[in-house]
Design a protein around this ligand. Structure first.
Ligand code: SDX
Length: 449
């Protein structure tokens, strides 16, 4: 909307500034504060970026109040029902749903890049077998930069596209090999006669000793999970990829940084944390209310993993879809299946939490991670691989945002400022004149006696 402005008045100096308001296609408008520091000498203060738009983007839209998620304008519910993960990858990267020829060409290109340089196999043997697969993913994806550094110009659109295809193609191989290494089984090579998701499950579960064909239900369930996790606007890991990429760093290094960010239990690591929480609840025999009360206790770090979201103040639409799939997948399991107990506990926890004023007032609803872990378990995915699957799915989202940023001629290196609250200027004190400072953070040496 042209000529929409807001005026800031400094009530100490009377100085004022009129700032333009930017209106997007949907969602809240944004006050353009780019002149604020230059003309008024002020920073804005927004730790955690709750009210800050870091960029303009055309890729994904979220309405947190209504619980809506759209990739390039298409509602996630329609993509979940009708699309496939490779088709969603094309949509996120190129902005449009592909024609049959475009999709076939894209899938052929992906299949051309599924192999890893044989030298990368040796990276895995450097880890202990109990290494967390996310630690392996951070290392191996970052190491890819060493194999493509010379041939990669981040300012060349074609180089960026080839890097994107390489990463989308190689992530299933890297992920499956991190699992195989953790269980001491031989690595399985990608098979180009299989579809993207089927090939991933084949590399995860096939053995050289015999033929293996993934169950079509498992392939469909996994493909749906990948679609639901493919992108999510400017979440912490995507913002990390954008910030790393803004320094013109390699996309392999940028995605390695994104994987590290996703690993945190406050972010993508929540899916693993949810199952650990449900397992503890089931094994403890304690009433659910004990855990609800702990989650509400400010003196207790315990939180209900899988609940709450920075943006969704309604049901996470992905949780709605996965919750329904949980029922379908678990309907096929026996009543004594351990997942049934976890799922029953999850449903009871959800019911109690959603009736509790603490959660209602704070609009804390189950998010995508609350149910995805149960599906992964039902698919036989080991717990320490849950966030790896999230990273596999989110690879295309990270790349779409990296490519959007790198294609922007106005893109600049990201460099936030701060509100400094440390010491004023002070002069150096020779060591023989120093005394311990009252209340200072004791160094670790104190504990060594
Ligand atoms: C993902 O950003 C994305 O889009 C992420 C993601 C994606 O696709 O990329 O959607 C994926 O990361 C989903 C979120 C997975 N994380 C979890 O499930 C971990 C549990 N959730 C919380 O850690 C928390 O809800 C966050 C981190 C998700 C959101 O934190 P915010 O937005 O900073 O909210 P907050 O910590 O300021 O909480 C607001 C209030 C606080 O209470 P008060 O200080 O107001 O009294 O709600 C409370 C919090 O204590 N609260 C919770 C809670 N989450 C928030 N209390 C108990 N249990 C919880 N889970």
């Amino acid at each position: 909307m042209k000529d929409h402005t807001v005026t800031l008045i400094d009530n100490r100096t009377g100085q004022k500034i009129e700032l333009p308001v930017l209106h997007g296609t949907a969602g809240p408008p944004a006050i353009d504060i780019r002149r604020l520091y230059r003309e008024m000498g002020y920073f804005t203060f927004d730790p955690g970026y709750l009210s800050t738009a870091s960029c303009a983007s055309t890729i994904t839209f979220i309405d947190g109040e209504k619980g809506e998620l759209r990739y390039r304008g298409y509602p996630i519910e329609q993509l979940a029902e009708h699309s496939t993960y490779p088709e969603v990858c094309y949509l996120l990267l190129y902005g449009e749903l592909p024609t049959r020829e475009e999709l076939d060409c894209f899938e052929r290109s992906i299949k051309n890049h599924t192999l890893l340089d044989e030298a990368i196999r040796r990276f895995y043997t450097g880890f202990r077998h109990d290494a967390h697969p996310m630690a392996i993913m951070v290392a191996v994806v970052g190491a890819l930069a060493a194999f493509y550094h010379q041939s990669m110009d981040v300012h060349d659109p074609r180089d960026r596209e080839i890097a994107a295809h390489r990463l989308i193609a190689k992530m299933p191989t890297i992920a499956a090999w991190s699992y195989k290494y953790s269980v001491g089984q031989p690595f399985m090579y990608p098979r180009n006669d299989l579809g993207y998701t089927e090939n991933f499950l084949h590399m995860m579960y096939a053995l050289p000793t015999g033929a293996y064909r993934p169950d079509p239900t498992a392939v469909r369930a996994m493909d749906l999970i990948l679609i639901l996790h493919a992108d999510h606007e400017q979440n912490a890991s995507t913002s990390t990829v954008r910030l790393t990429g803004s320094s013109e760093a390699s996309p392999f290094a940028a995605l390695s940084a994104g994987i590290g960010t996703l690993w945190g239990p406050a972010h993508g690591g929540a899916n693993e944390a949810v199952i650990r929480m449900l397992q503890e609840i089931v094994e403890s025999g304690r009433p659910l209310q004990y855990y609800i009360d702990r989650a509400k206790d400010k003196n207790d770090r315990f939180r209900l993993m899988g609940f709450g979201h920075r943006v969704y103040k309604n049901y996470d639409p992905r949780a709605v879809i996965i919750r329904k799939m949980c029922h379908e997948v678990l309907a096929g399991l026996g009543p004594d299946d351990p997942n049934q107990a976890l799922f029953d506990t999850a449903m009871e926890l959800e019911r109690i939490a959603l009736e509790d004023p603490y959660f209602i007032e704070r609009k804390l609803y189950p998010n995508v991670d609350f149910y995805s872990g149960i599906i992964f378990r039902a698919l036989g995915i080991p717990l320490n691989m849950f966030t790896v699957l999230f990273a596999l799915a989110r690879t295309v989202g990270w790349l779409a945002h990296w490519m959007e940023m790198m294609a922007d001629p106005n893109a600049r290196i990201g460099r936030p400022r701060q509100l400094y609250i440390g010491y004023e200027r002070r002069d150096y004190v020779p060591i023989d004149q120093r005394r311990p400072v009252e209340g200072a953070q004791p160094s670790v040496c104190e504990h060594h006696g």
